[in-house]
Design a protein around this ligand. Sequence first.
Ligand code: WT7
Length: 655
Amino acid sequence: MSDSHSKLYPPPPQIVAGAHVSGMAAYEKLCAEAQADYPGYWARLAREMVSWKQPFTKVLNDSNAPFFKWFEDGTLNASYNCLDRNVERGLGDKVAIIFETDDGKITRVTYRELLERTCRLANALKAQGVKKGDRVVIYMPMSVEGVVAMQACARIGATHSVVFGGFSAQSLRDRIQDAGAVMVLTADEQVRGGKQLPLKAIVDEALGMGGCETVRKVIVYRRTGGQVAFDAARDLWLHEVTQNQPTTCEPEWVEAEHPLFLLYTSGSTGKPKGVQHSTGGYLLHAALTTKWTFDLKDKDIFWCTADIGWVTGHTYIAYGPLALGGTELVFEGVPTFPDAGRFWRMIQDHKVTIFYTAPTAIRSLIKAAESNEAVHPKRYDLSSLRILGSVGEPINPAAWEWYHANVGGGRCPIVDTWWQTETGGHMITPLPGATPLVPGSCTLPFPGIDAAIVDETGQDVPHGQGGILVIKKPWPSMIRTIWGDPERFKKSYYPPELKGYYLAGDGASRDPQTGYFTITGRIDDVLNVSGHRMGTMEIESALVSCTELVAEAAVVGRPDETTGEAICAFVVLKRPRPTGEEAKKIANELRNWVAKEIGPIAKPKDIRFGDNLPKTRSGKIMRRLLRSIARGEPITQDTSTLENPAILDQLAQSN
Ligand code: WT7
């Protein structure tokens, strides 16, 4: 491990002062409270953070583990909590959402307006026969309308399932069918990076494939005015169905366990899993983590760059910040349009105070900034920022340091938040006014979360030793089941050998001194080379720490006769893709670099160079595809969400 791993960044005094959780003693006090009376701790917070119609008297019901229930006799409405109660508190004229389009047009929506728009759509959904418990698929661009769609479903007790706008017709169809949706909400087109991309046409295609007979209506938001086919019997315009609807709508008060949403995510097998979340426990954790992890205050301008099609966009755009009456920025476009300075310019223009993005975005913007001074963050006034966040994958120390120095000006804590679609919200994360930071570590569990590292039999492993990341106790925002497949839920997350602990699917280790967690990557991505266990992420981090040469790297395993598994690295250089002798030379340099960073056993056997890596449109590297390429197998997987399909041939060829 390089020296940077041991570097400690104490929380800056100006953040500690007045933070919601101020100082390590405050953090430890909360942990002790949870330890002493686990249900009592969550009950206190559930009463403080959430407005209940019918207060709960039961806290945790674990009689049918792992199908846990929280606050089960309480009733509430998520949309009431995010909208009405803020208006009632006098925040009606406060800006809830600042929306910026791909081409830079800005609109501001107050809490009162957001409530009225939500009520109009909620009334329209009811008029179309949508009832409590019905599933509604949302296939929409990043927009105020997208957030309103989610809130409107919540308001009438319909369970939404947002499908990311980058998914293909086939994927959309599979999700509609699995959810048994009665309605699809979409837009004519979406606009990203200066391009108009179809949505409605993909819905038409998906529904045309058959198997979606449960869908009665499709409501279409007119975003671009582009030409779309219209089925008079099935399709409706959003502006027409909402036009004459009242601006008030009595919320449907639902039980705490009522499914607020399904969100499909990939498992280790092919079929996506419909992760089912509750209303009460989910909303509690969405609000609480937004408050403590981001230290959100009245005057903050919060910006989470995720898409509403992912859980990050659910918890930290559609629900968390609104539940607290915060002001948030919502962005339609991509970080590189019209140039790679877009994020920095938006932070400057909107005086963003809290910025939450993914390591992959940071790494690509580092690359851009290093080749073009004009898009370097130092060219922008980012002095409004006070807290930075990272999510989705381990952030390598080199990227962390760059983010800290160049975006945060050395004064903003970085909250490296570890969590998953299944966990609903942050599980292991620094709290900005309390936790000293170590680059590359997500530090310590959120107060009340009982995270641990165990071996295959569920025994705790000592600090300093790698193992399986588990959550020992149920928590309020946890996945409730896999929609329609409770057996798969049990099998995937509660394997019998793990003593009733939640299996996260990640490997991790804890620092012997600090107890800090470092995530080493998915267990299914852990390699065993000559009997040595290694995280693919660890090798990637080593490669990208070669900042002179490497822009990005992805590492996968492939079977090898002598060593069990061999390491295969796919590398994007900061210079044109090398071939022939030059490629061999650079590959050797990188092998030696990795040997220096981790040890000779971590030397990649294969190194292949590409102009880019295969990524989904949300920027996740598609390692499944790389594994096939590494093995020399034909690609049989679904490549429909791939941003840049041409790259596959290049990586398959280059050697
Ligand atoms: C997987 C969950 C969390 C919302 C977005 C992704 C990885 C996530 C971190 C982090 C290291 C991380 C894990 C996890 N991951 N955050 N801060 N450090 N790894 O949600 O698609 O459900 O993916 O993302 O491997 O299991 P997801």
